[in-house]
Design a protein around this ligand. Structure first.
Ligand SMILES: Nc1nc2c(ncn2[C@@H]2O[C@H](COP(=O)(O)OP(=O)(O)OP(=O)(O)O)[C@@H](O)[C@H]2O)c(=O)[nH]1
Length: 312
């Protein structure tokens, strides 16, 4: 099955004139709101969101298109020091993203203050030749007069091309941010059709939606050792999309938690995920879920590749 099996047909590119386009990376330590911002800008749920750190593991391209410009966003994995092979993959993906872009959005959580994680990332950004924006998120959590001194702390560390305070959750200043980014893009073609919001295969997005529901419904320490693989995805004769997905956990005890009493938790995961997937695909969906134990999958290269983690 090809990856773009559900992709919409391309539209004609955005003509000549002064059309601007380019690639923009979003970096920031875990939980600063990268996925929330991506969703606020693109206006559709494409990146997994949770209140647990380090859940954005793959690069997700979100594409924002207007009559004048197209911005292709790379949602980089949370940058952190690698402690397993999975960490290695994340670091490489992030570095690749930084080398290819027209601008970098460094997202920071204004309510948490400048921490070691922020410094670590800014240190790496110092080497970047591309303009770096300081995007201070979660301004809804602080008083306006607190903002300026905080901005000062960050500016002492790095020379930012622009500073834009926002609330991704409430959508404040997100429009301004998009306008500012557009000013930094070169003249260029429309890379993607206007109705395309992500160039990731729908399979990946569906798997992330399932993962998101598990994270929401399990309060235990299970989530970090969970991966979801879509094994089968096809349109049936009756027009219903069939999806078969396997949830990988590391231990039998985790399997029990994910399944729940008499399958209750898994059933709820399926119900909630199906709702989101139907909205994404715009068609009725039949979702079947299995839970399998794969010991220490995070350190097994082959399984990582099967699950779609790749060096590029
Ligand atoms: N109050 C407030 N909360 C926010 C805002 N933006 C994001 N959040 C919350 O912060 C938490 C983390 O947001 P995510 O978008 O998942 O963060 P992330 O940076 O993508 O996290 P990783 O996937 O771990 O890299 C969620 O609970 C969001 O609802 C904001 O502007 N204001």
């Amino acid at each position: 099955m090809s990856n773009d099996w559900l992709s919409k047909q391309g539209q004609s590119a955005g003509g000549g004139g002064k059309f601007r386009s380019g690639f923009v990376a979003i970096v920031g330590r875990p939980n600063v709101g990268k996925s929330t911002l991506m969703n606020a800008m693109i206006g559709q749920k494409i990146a997994i969101m949770s209140d647990k750190p380090q859940t954005t593991r793959n690069k997700i391209h979100g594409v924002y298109t207007t009559d004048e410009a197209q911005i292709v966003f790379l949602d980089t994995p949370g940058i952190h020091k690698p402690n397993s092979k999975l960490g290695d993959y994340m670091m490489k993906a992030a570095d690749t993203a930084l080398g290819e872009v027209d601008a970098v959005l460094f997202l920071a959580d204004v309510s948490e203050g400048l921490g070691g994680g922020d410094r670590y990332i800014m240190e790496r950004l110092k080497a970047a030749k591309t303009p770096v924006f300081l995007v201070l998120n979660k301004i809804d959590k602080v008083q306006p007069e607190e903002l300026l001194p905080i901005i000062g702390q960050y500016k002492d560390f790095l020379d930012f091309a622009e500073v834009v305070p926002i609330s991704a959750l409430q959508g404040s200043n997100v429009e301004t941010l998009l306008q500012q980014i557009t000013r930094y893009l070169p003249e260029g073609p429309q890379y993607y059709p206007a109705d395309q919001i992500t160039d990731h295969p729908e399979q990946f997005v569906c798997a992330e939606m399932i993962r998101e529901k598990i994270l929401q419904l399990t309060r235990e320490e299970v989530p970090h050792s969970i991966a979801v693989a879509i094994e089968d995805m096809r349109v049936q004769d009756n027009g219903v999309v069939y999806i078969g997905a396997v949830i990988y956990v590391e231990r039998d005890s985790q399997k029990g938690i994910v399944i729940g009493k008499q399958g209750s938790l898994l059933k709820e995961v399926g119900k909630l995920a199906r709702r989101d997937i139907e909205t994404l695909l715009g068609s009725k969906t039949f979702l079947e879920l299995w839970v399998k134990v794969k010991k220490d999958w995070r350190n097994q290269e082959r399984i990582l590749k099967d699950l779609g983690f790749r060096h590029e």
